[in-house]
Ligand binder design. Sequence first.
Ligand code: CAA
Length: 423
Amino acid sequence: MPFLNDQNRMWQDRARQVADKVVRPLARKYDELQEYPWEIKEALAEAGLFGVWIPTEYGGAGGTVLDLALVIEQLSRACGGVGVMYCVNALGSFPMLVGATEEQKKRWLPQIAKGEKLIAFCLSEKFAGSDAGSMRCQARKDGDHYVINGEKKWTTNGGVASIYTVFAVTDPASKSRRISAFIVEKGTPGFSIKKVEDKMGIRCVPVVESHFDDVRVPAANLLGGRPGMGFKHAMQTLDFARPGVAAQGLGLAQGAMEYAVTYALRRQQFGQNLASMGVIQDMLGSMAAKVEAARSLIYRAATAVDLQDVESINRLAAMSKSFATDVAMEVTTDAVQIFGGYGYMKDYPIEKYMRDAKITQIYEGTNQIQRLVIARNLIKDAGRFASIDAYIPKESYNAYHAVGDDELSAVRGRTEPQSSESR
Ligand code: CAA
């Protein structure tokens, strides 16, 4: 990648080494056990990877979102589960970076940067997934505390994390200032994990239901110290984090493609290896082009975040997330196809890539939501090129044959099928 700088390459190399030496050999074990891979987490912490996205003044390495994406890509190339087990800590801590007070940043970020404490992001609920704003979990002010009641669904890192960024309704009557974010620490009375999900993929990282029964947190844990900013902070967080999910998809696609081409060179059928067959080359060529396209888009989106290009972040983050994770699903599925019957078997490494890829199209906003975000941006910006409307011919009715509104309704009434009630 010619446009990567020395710092980018340093993080990329460091992550690649951990991925090759530690992650790949253990990927299958933790997928089977469905247990948190503490030994991998220690290796990531030792390599300083938990500090990548955290500024130096809060104990981090002061890296960029592009650095973070490069690390996630390398880890996910070896194991998609480890990719998310790592990057969900960025998702959990971005609300602090976008909205916390100095005091809050200094209190919690250094522990995350060192990898001493893991963090989770509690936004979704059973009945509030894509429509995040319709959440019901409530936080009521009580003196110098808030009391949180409700449930959160799909909390990735739940149970193993020590810190939770929790979004709750503080002003049910308000339309745009309804939600606030709080930091809740593990062990706070009333906070519990009630269900650990049994998942198709990303099995090494827990995804849980978190329950809040009269959980009292000091008002000092209200993110940013001002209520009502939660939804904005959540949306800004997702803009920052989505290139990371995209990078997870990219790593999975890259890793699956590498396995596919390696196997295609080894596997003999009809007196030749699969890689020398035109049908397989067609698949490999298409996989490689998609992977490279996804990579370019992700690096572009991550750079937009790093440059604080506010005009572009929202749409590019959504584009990179939806495009790269769709590529992940397509490429991992094709890789299984190239492995044939063996690809479907658990003792081969490839089916795990396909299972791990599926969730990337769903979490941190389904790809349908991403395309809604992209379309909203496009429509919002359409005024910029409104003058080309003049080049689109406009049809008009001939005055003699035009049908007025009243007449049209009368015609409709005569021709449209009648409902059973009116029949
Ligand atoms: N940055 C800053 N502010 C933003 C914003 C952004 N990107 N997007 C919206 N806002 C603001 C708007 O300006 C608006 O503010 P005002 O009220 O002051 O005008 C407010 O937020 C509401 O905006 P919308 O009307 O656009 O909101 P909406 O209800 O239509 O929702 C949505 C928009 C894009 C669909 C949003 O709900 C969304 O992203 N949904 C998907 C949620 C999601 O990604 N969930 C995944 C959770 S994480 C996870 O998967 C678990 C895990 O652990 C991995």
